[in-house]
Design a protein around this ligand. Sequence first.
Ligand code: GN1
Ligand code: MG
Length: 368
Amino acid sequence: MEQARAVPIATLSKFDIPGTLFSVEELKRGHINRTFVGVWEDKGVRKRYVHQVVNHRIFEDIEGLMHNLEVVTRTLQSQFDSSPAAGHETTLTLVPTRDGRSYIQDEAGEFWRTFEYIEGTTSYDVCPGPEAAREAAAILGRFQKSLFSVPPSSLADTIPFFLHGGRRFKAFEESLRKDARSRASRARDQVEFALQRKELSGTLSSALESGAIPARVCHNDMKLNNVLFDADGRRAVCLLDLDTCMSGTPLFDFGDLVRNTAIPCAEDEQDLSKVVVDMDLYAAICEGYMNEVGSSLTTREVELLPFAPRVLAFVLGTRFLTDFLNGDTYFRIHRPEHNLERARTQFAVVEAMERSESRMSEILQALR
Ligand code: GN1
Ligand code: MG
């Protein structure tokens, strides 16, 4: 049990899990939290659980975050119970501590929580085809619709101004001005790209602030690999990673899903010739999404849908670039210029979407 030494077993034992920890292994995914899969054995029967350390340097309001998680999973769960037709669709299930809390702080000050492991599922980093894209978009549409009943103001802002493009751009300008690590010269092309498209960043955040579109609870991190599919990879059964589920706009989620799913390559792909919008995947996302939630959106929300992916790619690219300039203090990196490479790829996504602009609008137009 080599890796087990790195995790505080005494802390994990405070969760209400029968038996004893048999093994634990870290799952290398995500840029922010750390995730482990623990196998617990009780009377000879082994069962898996997900143990997670929430990054409290990034999520400063752990209590608010866990409150959101409880509200969101409870709301979703109640809808699945009352509509068995939803089939195998499910949501995350928190395992409480023995004294009924949803999380616990260990001696090193880290915050731990535990989920039931959802067995018999698979996920994709790169979209395998239109059916998976349609399914992912449909589960997103159902997720958003289910949460329309939750007042956005009842949830904490787990990261204030998280996808606020205007604020993100200001933060970038500030980092560029300081250039604290003297890295701006290495990022000249990306900096120039960002400065040229400044007005794109605030499109959605200003529509929200002016009231042109309503604030609604949304996922805010709608990556394809946050969708669990059933074992044969066909039906989407669960949305993961609910830590940024809070007030926002459905356009953030639709935009983010298109950004990372309709461009069938890695988020840090360095062969930029691969960065193109796959129109079959895009059309499948639009169909799956509009079919579930299209009639519940306002006219203005639907009008902005085709532009949302570009805004999301630009804002994420700007965040990667800002983090590069700041000295890689936010996103976990795996090589020295990783954040700069990620920014370059996201900006290539913006360009690919600019080239496909009219086609992207037409496809959505036809579904209205
Ligand atoms: C981060 O850690 P992960 O992969 O769930 C980030 C998202 C980005 C994403 C890009 C809290 O998500 O906003 O879109 O990386 N999450 C946070 O891969 O900043
Ligand atoms: Mg996430």
